[in-house]
Each structure stands twice: as C-alpha cells, then as structure tokens.
Write a new protein. Structure first.
Length: 253
C-alpha cells in the first residue's frame, strides 16, 4: 500500500465489468485501499482470475433487471451495506449513421445505458438510508461526437445526463448519495486493443489513437481507476452531478 492506504477503509463497493479493463483495475485499487469489493461480469472465467481483489464475485448481465436486484441484495446480505457502485460494464460497436444496425444500436444501448440506469436505481434503493457514491463510466464519446461510433456515442451521452438527473434527485431528497461520471479517452484496455487488432491497418489506428490526445499517448486503465477512487472516497464529499475527463487533453481542444 502507498501513503494514501485505506482511502476506502470500511467501505463496500460493487463494480460491474470487473473481469477486465477499467473495472478490473478499479477492483484491484479499491481492494488495495481497504474496500470490500463485490465484482460482477458476464465473463465468469475472467472473474475467477481476480483472486483476492474480489471479496465476492457474481455473474451478472447488466441488462437483466431482476439480476440487478439480486446482485445488490447479495452484496448487502454479505457485507451489511453498499457504499459505492461503479458502473463499468460496457461495450463498443463501430458503425456510423448509415451502417449501424438496429440490433447493434439496441445491444450497445442496453448494456451501456440501460445497465447503468438499472444499477443506479438499485444502488439508490440500497444507499438512501446510509448514503454512498455512484460512479458511472461514460466516455469522451459522451461529450464529443465520433462519426464511426454512433451507438456508442448515444449510449455514453445518455450515461452523462442520466448521471446528472440522478445526482440532482438524490441531493434534493437528502439521501447523501453522490453520482458522478468519468469520461476516459482511449485507454489500453482489452476492448480498445481488440478494436485496434481488428482494424485493416492496426499500426495506423494505434498511432492515430495516440495522436488524438495532446499528451501524445493512450491512457492506462489504472489512471482511470485513480479518478474513480477519488470520486468513490470521502475526499470528493461535495462533488455530485459532475463529469471528469481522463483523456490527456483530448476534449480541451
């Protein structure tokens, strides 16, 4: 542990999409910082490799409303409370306004937008008496457009304003539940790396992604996890309904 050890001591966190990428990095960091971590993912084999970084591992399809209630109830049953939800599960499908199929549109929005909505709603149910922090993973694609990622942009834009609406409701209701969104650019996660590998010219795509940020490189999942940690912790106790870029300056242009 570093000098900031225990920033989440005594807290219980639920992290979706925890088998890989940003969710996985967040689970490891939260565990290091003293939280009890409940990790969920559709990828059950990936969950098993989390080892001690997950105190509880549960299979979850975030588009399944009944499963959301069961997962949150299981976390509260196991640890007595829920303090933090990180909605990290997400998918991306390339396609523009001409090529995107309705099937792709619905799948991306079901996981990214519906899944986040269901998670927020269940977390509020569990947290309204005790307070807590919800961190939703949006994207720079929820702030600025990308011509080749229509469904992804729409879904991440939905997450951005869903976050603000939920934050306002919770604040005005006196729940002491904070809701914020994190907006990474291209980070070196399996989702992004697989996209590069599938491209006709992977090296050209990788170089383009590195150039996209003024800092001249792609982000790391751990750098996004550090922002999530700040928002999950009591250090951000007067921060709600806000959006945080982790993008190397991309959206500042």
């Amino acid at each position: 542990m570093d000098g900031h050890a225990g920033r989440l001591a005594g807290k219980v966190a639920l992290i979706t999409g925890a088998a890989s990428g940003i969710g996985r990095a967040t689970a490891a960091l939260f565990h290091e910082q003293g939280a009890k971590v409940a990790a969920t993912d559709r990828n059950e084999a990936g969950l098993k490799t989390l080892g001690s970084d997950a105190d509880l591992a549960l299979a979850q399809d975030v588009t399944d409303e009944a499963r959301w209630r069961a997962v949150v109830d299981a976390v509260v049953a196991a640890f007595g409370r829920l303090d933090i939800l990180v909605n990290s599960a997400g998918v991306a499908v390339l396609g523009n306004i001409e090529t995107t199929t309705l099937e792709d549109w619905r799948r991306v929005n079901a996981i990214n937008a519906d899944g986040t909505f269901l998670g927020c709603r269940e977390a509020v149910r569990a947290m309204k008496e005790t307070g807590g922090s919800i961190v939703n993973l949006s994207s720079v694609a929820g702030i600025i457009g990308d011509g080749s990622s229509l469904a992804y942009c729409a879904s991440k834009g939905a997450v951005r304003l869903l976050t603000k609406s939920a934050a306002l409701h919770c604040a005005r209701a006196g729940y002491n539940i904070r809701v914020n969104s994190v907006h990474p650019s291209f980070a070196e996660t399996p989702m992004v790396l697989e996209g590069i590998a599938r491209a006709k010219d992977p090296e050209r795509i990788r170089a383009g992604l590195m150039r996209a940020a003024p800092m001249g490189r792609m982000g790391k999942a751990e750098e996004v996890a550090s922002m999530i940690l700040f928002l999950a912790s009591d250090e951000s106790s007067f921060t709600t309904g806000a959006e945080f870029m982790v993008d190397g300056g991309l959206t500042a242009q």
